[in-house]
Design a protein around this ligand. Structure first.
Ligand code: IMP
Ligand code: MG
Length: 414
């Protein structure tokens, strides 16, 4: 029995969905523990791309699926995904926790309105109502799944007065009751049962550590914790239930939305990486900002998560590019620092200290597939050196490398 958390070490979109899909045959269940439909997990199987926002990526392997109490659940998105899932598989074994917060039409409206009020300092949210749902939870006026099942539209009384909102909710409430009643249950209890029988759980983090509400680049963050340590709270299992954390990182950085990005590249090479890597938001379609790998921030997030193992994704994207750089420190006011600054103002004016790496080989899919089949030792030496460089600076082991979207384009350290 091993319980593992998959967590993003950057600003999200590290390829967590693919890694979850790859390793989940070893687990009995996949659990979402935070975030909501702001997430976009893309998995490619047999040339078909599947994007999910709420339902855990284990769906394609027909695992038991859980949406824990720490998640904010949009019933409309859930309904769409359930319909899509049922076309793909006969058996959808999903439980949504009764204590989870429900995202309402008011939350979606408020997300957009707040962004307008912020004007030039907008966060660049996904406008999925995530922040307002968590905020209303803290105000103790957000409906839970249990509320939606048992109450009427009076649950909107306080928040519509507070935000002077006059939206229609009858239709929404009908749909929400319908879809939530089909899946509502106690996630913590069910996970405990699986653990009692010696089963293994896989926790699927959404977003990335640098978007954590406290440890990320606040205020340019999401509205909840994204770190692995939140898995216990967000899933309803006791402290100490987690055996292992696998951090997922891309071979370069990306970010959607606003906020400081020390290693951002705005020139042509950034465009090349964006096109090659298909770096457009899975949820919003926005082009992602691109930057060089930033080991100052990775060291920080790997440590915060106790990620001793790392899955390194999209190594193929950098293949053949000359002048690929990695930030190993920051220069601030003439001083060199290796720690990630807490002060956002400071972070926005650091200058990265780079090392240029030996170009990685440009290989086509077939060549990568052959390497994946023959195993770790057949990795090109430039890739091995790239891996060793990261391991040395981050003090963690890279145990999985991903070199393409398909399941088969993955190499595990043997
Ligand atoms: P929110 O989570 O929609 O409130 O957005 C807050 C910030 O987090 C914005 O910069 C979003 O672009 C970013 N964000 C939210 N979810 C994801 C994700 O799944 N991947 C990458 N960025 C995300
Ligand atoms: Mg994503």
């Amino acid at each position: 029995m091993t319980n593992t958390v998959i967590v993003g070490l950057q600003w999200g979109d590290e390829g967590k969905g693919k890694i979850v899909d790859y390793i989940c045959p070893n687990y009995d269940a996949v659990v979402r523990y935070q975030g909501g439909s702001n997430a976009g997990h893309t998995v490619n199987v047999g040339g078909i791309k599947y994007v999910f926002h709420l339902i855990p990526s284990g769906l394609l392997r027909m695992k038991k699926l859980f949406i824990g109490p720490g998640v904010v659940v949009d019933p409309i998105v859930l309904k769409e995904e359930v319909e899509k899932a049922k076309m793909m598989t006969q058996k959808l074994d999903l439980t949504v926790d009764l204590r989870a917060t429900v995202v309402t039409p008011l939350h979606r409206w408020l997300d957009g309105y707040l962004e307008e009020l912020r004007g030039s300092s907008a966060v660049g949210t996904t406008r999925r109502g995530i922040g307002p749902a968590y905020a209303e939870r803290a105000l103790r006026i957000a409906p839970t799944v249990s509320d939606v099942l048992t109450k009427g539209k009076e649950m909107f009384d306080i928040s519509s007065k507070l935000f002077k909102w006059k939206g229609e909710v009858d239709e929404w409430l009908k749909t929400a009751k319908e879809v939530l009643s089909a899946f509502a249950g106690n996630v913590g209890l069910k996970l405990q049962e699986i653990m009692d029988k010696g089963g293994s759980l896989l926790f699927e983090g959404a977003q990335g550590s640098l978007l954590d509400i406290i440890y990320g680049t606040y205020p340019y963050v999401t509205a909840v914790h994204t770190l692995a340590s939140y898995a216990c709270i967000g899933a309803g299992i006791p402290l100490g239930s987690i055996d292992e954390v696998i951090g997922v990182m891309k071979a370069y950085q990306t970010r959607v939305g606003k906020g400081p990005f020390p290693t951002e590249v705005k020139d042509e090479i950034g465009n090349v990486i964006r096109e090659r890597g298909g770096e457009y938001g899975a949820t919003t379609g926005r082009p992602r900002r691109i930057g060089w790998l930033d080991l100052v921030s990775i060291r920080y997030t790997a440590k915060l998560n106790n990620a001793r193992k790392i899955a390194l994704t999209k190594v193929d994207v950098l293949g053949g590019l000359k002048g690929v750089k990695i930030a190993i420190a920051y220069r601030i006011d003439g001083r060199e620092v290796e720690d990630f600054p807490a002060d956002i103002e400071l972070l926005s004016r650091v200058e990265p200290v780079y090392e240029e790496i030996e170009p990685l080989p440009k290989l086509d899919k077939g060549e990568w597939a052959r390497i994946c089949k023959s195993g770790w030792s057949s990795l090109p030496h430039e890739v091995k050196r790239f891996v060793e460089f990261i391991e040395d600076k981050v003090k963690a082991e890279i145990s999985i490398i991903s070199v393409g979207e398909e399941r088969g384009l993955t190499i595990e350290r043997s």
